[in-house]
Write a protein that binds this ligand. Structure first.
Ligand code: NAD
Ligand code: ZN
Length: 351
């Protein structure tokens, strides 16, 4: 079969590989829609997961089941399914402890385009199919549903970990597609005031549509000063980090109230340590929590999130700025994610 792969760090291309085999609990799926991700860019061009040769890329897909293993109960060939980027082993001890993202070890729930071939192929293997796939609702398009693989669950995980509550003031730093879903998730959880920090007009406009009450441009001055001024010098309840650098944590600490939560979903690709200011952290007694998380995968989460599209509570079409038809456009989609032109939020390719 054909696949679009990382040939080595800094090099991508089309390759031929054997069709994946179906284990007893697995499914083999043919993609109907896929989307390249900033994480694919980190993988190829920043060597984020180390050297890989001929690794098929991609982890965001909606597809049609081609084959199921002998132990799969709830899916059959022909079913249209949503597949999360993170596909845990549900019998692992980490899953039993509530951290299925780390089933088998730190971040090991992330398998596609990491420890096994990804979804940019004619066929791909889904482990633990009953536990990881969800049926596509009839009234949701494959293009929109593919945003449920990673963008929606990651942004919403940021809001979940921040324990956003009714009326709270939330800052979302970084409003690419993930940060935009953190804005939307915070809004759905009932946040009162939402500061969205970003510079590109298309993302700022989308942030407002998703519920941001204020937009702060980090290229126009210190965001701490800008937010403190707008917020009458009062600290904020929660900060969600979906972009930026290690220094972003220092800014978040300056903004947060005692007992507040800083929730990171951003991939930290460079530098060694996050600095925690002694004073901003309440000389060690401020009850301020810092948490970082990989999105939760699994069938139930996909079913819950797809309900939001089915019942029109969330409109992901705003994210889909570039739509293509045809397998060969995967290459263009990844190049767009790498170059981030001004008018891009997220590309989607239907096959
Ligand atoms: P993105 O690159 O489109 O968005 C990040 C945005 O942050 C960009 O628009 C960038 O211009 C902006 N930014 C950079 N520096 C900033 C600063 N100092 N202040 C404010 N904004 C700044 O990426 P994305 O697709 O939205 O993903 C965001 C991050 O989430 C990436 O690092 C990605 O790898 C990561 N990610 C994490 C998970 C997870 O499970 N935790 C899943 C998917 C993606
Ligand atoms: Zn992704």
């Amino acid at each position: 079969m054909k696949g679009f792969a990382m040939l080595k760090i800094n090099e991508v291309g089309w390759i031929e590989k054997e069709k994946p085999k179906c284990g007893p609990k697995d499914a083999i799926v043919r993609p109907l829609a896929v989307s390249p991700c900033t994480s694919d860019v980190h993988t190829v061009y920043e060597g984020a997961i180390g050297e890989r040769t001929n690794l098929i890329l991609g982890h965001e897909a909606v597809g049609q089941v081609e084959e199921v293993g002998s132990l799969v109960k709830d899916f059959k060939p022909g079913d249209k399914v949503i597949i999360p980027a993170i596909t845990p082993d549900w019998d692992a001890v980490e899953s039993q402890m509530g951290f299925s993202q780390h089933s088998g070890g730190m971040l090991c729930g992330w398998k596609f385009s990491n420890s096994k071939d990804g979804v940019f192929a004619e066929f791909f293997n889904v482990n633990d199919a009953d536990g990881n796939m969800a049926l596509l609702p009839d009234n949701v398009s494959v293009e929109e549903a593919v945003m449920l693989s990673d963008m929606v669950p990651t942004g919403f995980h940021g809001a979940d970990n921040a324990k956003v509550a009714f009326g709270e003031t939330v800052v979302v730093i970084g409003i690419g597609p993930v940060g935009l879903m953190a804005v939307a998730g915070s809004n759905l959880k009932g946040a009162g005031r939402i500061y969205a920090v970003g510079s590109r007009p298309i993302c700022q406009e989308a942030a407002r549509k998703y519920g941001a009450t204020d937009v702060i441009n980090y290229k126009e001055g210190d965001i701490v000063q800008q937010i403190q001024e707008a917020n009458n010098k009062k600290p904020v309840d929660k900060v969600i980090i979906a972009g930026g650098e290690l220094e972003t944590f220092e800014q978040a600490l300056k903004l947060i109230r005692p007992g507040g939560i800083i929730s990171n979903i951003n991939y930290l690709g460079s530098g060694d340590y996050i600095k925690i200011s002694r004073l901003d952290w309440g000389v060690g007694m401020g009850h301020i929590k810092i948490i970082g998380g990989l999105m939760p995968g699994g069938r139930k989460n996909m079913e819950y999130l797809s309900n939001l599209l089915k019942w029109k509570k969330l409109d992901v079409s705003i994210l889909l700025t570039h739509r293509y038809k045809g397998f060969e456009y995967i290459e263009k989609g990844l190049a767009l994610m790498k170059d981030k032109p001004k008018d891009l939020i997220k590309p989607v390719i239907t096959i």
